[in-house]
Design a protein around this ligand. Structure first.
Ligand code: UDP
Ligand code: MG
Length: 312
């Protein structure tokens, strides 16, 4: 019989874990496969870990990985994928915004061998703050223009993959992880299922606007070097403009003599060019800082405890 691993990143999810566990075990009963649930406790400060320990004592399918601190959802997903032993591996949020009911349909699709992955995306952005929607839509427009890797608008992290695809994802060991891009970058055939946005079953979202904005910049630098090219192009453009200006000024001075006027325009030009230079430097700085983090080669996450520690 096939085994399905379900990876659930959890960060302060005490309010919703019970509901999730009940739901996922119910769904599992309807699917003809063995299951393993890998909960990744991403440095929660509430009772999440205690609840997980409790479950794993009672239910041998429940495994957990507890981080030494909060490393972020990306790290949690990576840890889960690494630990998974199933023939098929799913990633699912703990808050039931990724409907477990879809799992059977996803599994049946993969069983036909026609696809390597079934992924989900949201149909609309209903229920999301307007500003957040605006920025999200802009982000997907920009990144898909700049990057060869397609990043699907509204894609969620909820997906079921074959072991083969998971192994490929694990080969991508970069520190700055942008999974939506990595999933697409490794290739394989993906079927997309769209569903309406579902509200969180309980608890609060862990993503602030700034965290999301930062995450989107992460995505752009991780999957495109277009900003660097852009910086180079405006550099070339302004070089050409300044060259023309020099010719004009020389000609003007030869014809009309040398009045000491034009101070305001000089300052404007200096400020403008200075701004462009700093802007370009900033772009380069972004890439260098990412490179710096990669070169340090720090681990993506640090484990404090797993289910093995309490089962012995
Ligand atoms: N999460 C995590 N680490 C974090 C932030 C979030 O493991 O630093 C988990 C969280 O517990 C949840 C999933 O990632 O299972 C999605 O988070 P959330 O529901 O807060 O995000 P949203 O659905 O609002 O985008
Ligand atoms: Mg959520």
């Amino acid at each position: 019989m096939n085994k399905i691993s379900i990876i659930v990143p959890c960060f302060n999810e005490e309010e919703v874990l019970h509901i999730f566990y009940d739901k996922i075990t119910e769904v599992s009963r309807g699917i003809e496969a063995d299951f393993e649930y890998i909960f990744v406790d991403d440095g929660s400060k509430d009772k999440t870990l205690e609840i997980l320990k409790d479950y794993s004592k009672r239910d041998s399918r429940v495994r957990f990985i507890s981080f030494s601190r909060n490393f972020g959802k990306e790290s949690a997903m990576y840890a889960g994928l690494k630990a998974a032993t199933g023939d098929y591996v799913a990633i699912m949020d703990a808050d039931l915004q990724d409907p477990p009911d879809l799992l059977n349909e996803m599994y049946q699709t993969l069983l036909t061998k026609e696809y390597d992955c079934v992924a989900t995306k949201r149909k609309t952005r209903k229920g999301e703050p307007a500003l957040r929607s605006l920025f999200s839509v802009m982000f997907y427009k920009i990144i898909n223009h700049m990057s060869k890797t397609e990043i699907v608008n509204g894609a969620r992290d909820y997906r079921l993959m074959t072991k083969q695809m998971v192994d490929s994802i694990l080969q991508v060991t970069e520190y700055n992880r942008f999974s939506k891009g990595i999933f697409s970058w490794v290739g394989f055939k993906t079927k997309w299922i769209a569903y309406d946005n579902i509200e969180r079953a309980a608890g609060k979202t862990k993503w602030s606007f700034w965290k999301l904005l930062n995450y989107s910049l992460e995505g752009i630098t991780a999957f495109s070097t277009a900003p660097l090219v852009f910086a180079a192009f405006i550099g070339i453009f302004f070089c050409m403009v300044s060259f023309l200006m020099i010719l004009v000024i020389i000609a003007k001075t030869l014809i009309y003599g040398d009045p000491v006027s034009g101070w305001p325009s000089t300052i404007c030009i200096i400020l403008f060019v200075g701004g462009i230079q700093l802007f370009s430097l900033g772009i380069i700085g972004q890439y260098i800082s990412k490179e710096y983090m990669e070169i340090k080669n720090r681990p993506i996450y640090i484990v404090k405890e797993t289910e093995k520690d309490i089962r012995e």
